[in-house]
Design a protein around this ligand. Structure first.
Ligand SMILES: Nc1ncnc2c1ncn2[C@@H]1O[C@H](COP(=O)(O)OP(=O)(O)O)[C@@H](O)[C@H]1O
Ligand SMILES: [Mg+2]
Length: 262
């Protein structure tokens, strides 16, 4: 059975792409067949994996528009078990398409397109854009679960209520089984009191939603890590750049927890 996980938070810069790319790579390292779908017109996941605009003739936009099948745009990556469905800036156009076509079921377009490949993958990870628009709604409509990265900075929880209410609306309508897989604290700095405060608020209010490492019962927290920030510029997930760095270790722990059924 393929498990589909969306990484979502309408705030920008909270670590969605970093999480999607590095979770996908860590699952692939465990020899799970993984498809990462870049569902953000900014295509940061695509460029993070070393692809340049000229490398990509067709992308997820063409799949949504029906000009290509999903299987026709999928690229291999440097990780043997990890494939990428790239995006491109053209994907911004899809929002207009979605709104202009008054077709019922426009929330379910990605879900329809994904059916073609679900049998080929153990996991599909979807990186979504920083908005609660039609792309994120499509991602949340096909997903079995959602991971919500929370940046350990001021305003961390801002917008969370709106995201949770969107998830509830989808559960009550088109995706009744959508689960919150967990909140993932990102960019945590132990030197920083604000980081500690945000984490303490999170654990107070949402303890059951935080990921825990089953081997030691510690919370899984992604630290602020220069290696994590640098690896996209080398076109690599962090584990191909510095596998022992603390950011790499955190994402591998997240993958292990998910493999153990988190
Ligand atoms: N744990 C981290 N430590 C240091 N830098 C990070 C970390 N996570 C993300 N970043 C950097 O922060 C910026 C925003 O992260 P990104 O994953 O692109 O967020 P989003 O996809 O939510 O906009 C990027 O430059 C990224 O490299
Ligand atoms: Mg992003």
């Amino acid at each position: 059975m393929c498990e589909i996980i969306a990484v979502a938070n309408q705030k920008g810069g909270v670590g969605k792409t970093t999480t999607a790319v590095n979770l996908a790579a860590s699952l692939a390292l465990a020899e799970k067949n993984v498809l990462l779908i870049d569902f953000d017109p900014q295509s940061n996941a695509t460029t993070s994996l070393g692809f340049r605009k000229n490398d990509i003739e067709f992308d997820i936009y063409h799949v949504l528009m029906g000009t290509k099948k999903l299987s026709q745009i999928i690229k291999e990556t440097e990780m043997p078990f990890m494939h990428l469905a790239p995006s491109n800036i053209g994907l911004v156009g899809i929002e207009k398409e979605f709104y202009s076509k008054k077709n019922a079921g426009r929330e379910l377009i990605l879900k329809k397109k994904v059916q073609e490949v679900v049998d080929s993958y153990d996991f599909i990870i979807i990186d979504s854009p920083p908005a609660l628009g039609p792309l994120t709604i499509n991602a949340l409509s096909v997903a079995n679960s959602v991971i919500i990265p929370i940046q350990c900075e001021f305003f961390a929880l801002e917008g969370l209520a709106q995201l949770l209410s969107t998830i509830k609306i989808l559960r009550d309508s088109i995706n009744p089984n959508l689960k919150i897989k967990g909140f993932l604290p990102t960019m945590y700095s132990s030197q920083n009191n604000l980081s500690k405060q945000v984490f303490s608020d999170l654990s107070q209010h949402f303890d059951e939603k935080l990921f825990k490492d089953k081997t030691n019962n510690n919370y899984i927290i992604v630290p602020r890590s220069i290696k994590l920030a640098e690896s996209p510029s080398f076109g690599k997930p962090v584990l191909l750049y510095d596998v022992k760095s603390n950011g790499s270790v955190a994402y591998q722990a997240l993958a292990q927890t998910i493999l153990q059924g988190a």
